[in-house]
Design a binder for this molecule. Structure first.
Ligand code: 5AD
Length: 346
């Protein structure tokens, strides 16, 4: 199916995986079609959210991980990295910095670290909620329903858990410690427990052709998510997927983000950090093709270099203040306004 972007707005109901593949392949090679797709996504973002950008400060509080995901730089069998855990006091102090800077949300992200049990995390969440009042998002991997209930009761507002790929075969091949069904069941638990739920996938995994990216976009849309977080797959040299190439056509990464916005007008969509590792202005470009959220890294500078899921992570020597200031500059240059509100889901 050909979509005439210049005149017809895309009808989401028509976008089957087959049609999505067609849009992606057209965007790969036809700059005019690509430009029109991004412009349409940008218009939808502007209509639904305006120019206001909510800021979520990410705190990478532990790089310990019990899992051995084939793509990830902090996989347990990567013995080349120094492991760290921030103390509860350090995490709280960083959350206070986030509040002072003007973030509406803190995102607590880590590997699947057994040290941070639900009671330990709950105590930290309670302190953050009491002392900052910020919205709290967790991104700590798969947990049992009981643990998720405990964390919700402690005050956690949101949870991010990517499904990574909607191909069950590919998922199981790259996740030796987790089954696809388990990940999807966890997303279901999160929803039933009343979390604002975010998920998404890595764009351009090895052995994932355009058709798979199209299926991932369709699958994301079917999940009816409040937040959609996606980024490019980037081969980490310390993993079994070292040396795997990026996609031949860069525009596909951005076209995928634009399609996600077009199909999910009300979802909060961040411009994720990995885009800056793909292209120097990657995150700016994603902000201009549908994203309405920016997530500066506010992890203390001494830990940042140790939390590299993929190569080329930007700003590894920067502190939280500098990251936040640069975020504001970037967004202002794009004509956007920085909000200090929590930016909850609709
Ligand atoms: N390239 C891109 N993204 C990665 N992630 C982990 N490793 C990589 C990589 N090599 C992403 C996964 C995970 C998120 C926290 O980081 O999608 O869910």
């Amino acid at each position: 199916m050909m979509l005439n972007h210049s005149t017809d707005p895309i009808d989401p109901a028509k976008l089957t995986p087959c049609a999505l593949t067609e849009v992606l392949s057209q965007a790969a090679t036809d700059p005019a079609a690509f430009g029109a797709l991004c412009a349409e996504a940008d218009q939808i973002r502007a209509r639904v959210f305006g120019d206001t950008v909510h800021i979520r400060g990410i705190i990478e509080f532990s790089n310990h991980c019990r899992n051995d995901c084939l793509y990830c730089g902090i996989r347990c069998s990567n013995s080349a990295i120094t492991r760290y855990r921030m103390s509860a006091d350090e995490i709280l102090e960083t959350a206070l910095t986030a509040k002072r800077l003007g973030c509406g949300t803190v995102v607590l992200q880590s590997g699947e670290d057994p040290f941070f049990t639900a009671p330990v995390l709950s105590a930290i969440i309670c302190r953050i909620k009491n002392e900052t009042g910020l919205a709290v998002t967790l991104s700590v991997g798969v947990r049992t329903r009981g643990e998720l209930a405990e964390l919700k009761a402690a005050g956690c507002d949101r949870y991010l858990l990517r499904f990574e790929t909607s191909s069950e075969t590919l998922f199981n091949a790259i996740h030796p410690d987790c089954a696809f069904a388990e990940r999807i069941a966890c997303l279901q638990d999160l929803r039933e427990l009343g979390y604002q739920v975010g998920s998404g996938f890595m764009i351009g995994l090895p052995d994932a052709p355009l058709e798979q990216i199209a299926r991932d976009i369709a699958f994301t849309t079917q999940l009816n998510l409040q937040m959609i977080g996606c980024g490019p797959f980037l081969a980490h040299p310390g993993t079994p997927l070292a040396g795997k190439p990026t996609l031949e056509h860069r525009s596909v990464y951005y076209a995928a983000m634009a399609l996600l916005r077009i199909l999910n007008p009300h979802a909060h969509i961040p411009s994720t950090t990995a885009f800056d590792a793909l292209d120097p202005d990657g995150r700016d470009r994603v902000m201009q093709c549908g994203a309405n959220i920016f997530m500066p890294n506010i992890t203390p500078a001494k830990y940042r270099r140790l939390y590299q899921l993929y190569p080329g992570k930007p700003s590894v020597d920067e502190g939280g203040d500098a990251s936040f200031r640069r975020t504001c500059e970037r967004l202002t240059a794009l004509g956007r306004t920085v909000s200090t509100e929590a930016g909850h889901a609709f």
